[in-house]
Design a protein around this ligand. Structure first.
Ligand SMILES: Cc1cc2nc3c(=O)[nH]c(=O)nc-3n(C[C@H](O)[C@H](O)[C@H](O)COP(=O)(O)O)c2cc1C
Length: 274
């Protein structure tokens, strides 16, 4: 009974929570009884909080999701379409970061916000490894350059070699085209058995880079480092990622050196209606 707590003075027995429950485990015998979850069904609950979120009367709490910890949606903070569209279009991949260490409180705020991203079956089992310091990041970039040199030597005519050559040449002249000028790298990871880890991690990173915007923080997906990580187990080992976890994508994070004033257009989407 403690699993689903109904405030009987507020509940209107309207059946909305039962209808909303994605696992269909909230039941209501009739429109005069209160909603409940049988003890046998408790283990099926994925604690998504939809029942708490959807109740218009604030009548419901769940084990681990007390209504006190679930703030009401503030009407004044709801974005207009114009605000949402400009916000989403204004995110940029950052290639120049300020020479300033990432503030830990800000980083934790962003990671916490990224945890509001959806995860398959509401697994919420990502962990975050934060690698800090320009020296460390430069070592990772150097290892990536060595991997690129090996690829160029082994497959000089492959398209990858054509893409890598200017990056390797740039490194020789002091330009880090791998981790740019970032001082911090974040690497979310998921338990190996999480079949949807890649998707969970990707959505969390996408949330994080959007959440970063209003805090004056910028990000960039570190695709070249990822290539080197896939090919070089000892590089991954040197990063000290959690045991039993699979990493999917590293991301640079820091304070952008430059501001952006315009919104570049994208290709027109190709849509197939069937
Ligand atoms: C999966 C992925 C990997 C990427 N890898 C890199 C990278 O290694 N280096 C880099 O400078 N940018 C990288 N980018 C950034 C893209 O180049 C960038 O998103 C694209 O040029 C559009 O620019 P915008 O993000 O500023 O809109 C990556 C982006 C994604 C989504």
């Amino acid at each position: 009974m403690d699993f689903l707590r109904i405030d009987e003075t507020k509940c209107k027995q309207d059946g909305i929570c039962a209808a909303e429950c994605p696992r269909r485990i909230i039941t209501q015998k009739d429109d005069k009884s209160f909603p409940e979850i049988s003890e046998a069904d408790e283990a099926k609950c994925m604690a998504c909080g939809h029942c708490v979120a959807v109740c218009p009367h604030g009548a419901l709490s769940m084990k681990g999701l007390d209504i006190k910890d679930c703030p009401e949606i503030e009407k004044d903070l709801v974005l207009s379409w114009g605000q949402a569209e400009q916000f989403l279009r204004s995110r940029r991949s950052i290639r120049w970061f300020k020479d300033k260490a990432m503030d830990r409180k800000t980083l934790e705020r962003l990671i916490k916000t990224a945890c509001y991203a959806p995860t398959a079956s509401n697994a919420q089992n990502l962990q975050w490894t934060v690698i800090q310091g320009r020296d460390r990041l430069e070592r990772l970039s150097r290892a990536t350059i060595h991997w690129m040199e090996r690829v160029i030597a082994a497959h000089p005519d492959a398209p990858a070699a054509g893409y890598f050559r200017p990056v390797v040449d740039g490194w020789a002249t002091g330009n880090d085209g791998i981790l740019r000028t970032a001082q911090t790298l974040i690497v979310p990871s998921a338990p190996r058995e999480n079949a949807n880890g890649l998707v969970d991690v990707s959505i969390a990173l996408a949330y994080l880079e959007l959440a970063a915007l209003p805090l004056g923080v910028g990000t960039c997906w570190a695709g070249l480092l990822r290539g080197a990580m896939l090919a070089t187990p000892e590089l991954v080992e040197s990063m000290g990622l959690p045991e039993g976890h699979t990493w999917f994508y590293p991301m640079m994070i820091g304070y952008p050196k430059f501001k952006y004033y315009r919104l570049p257009e994208r290709n027109t989407p190709v849509i197939h209606y069937k």
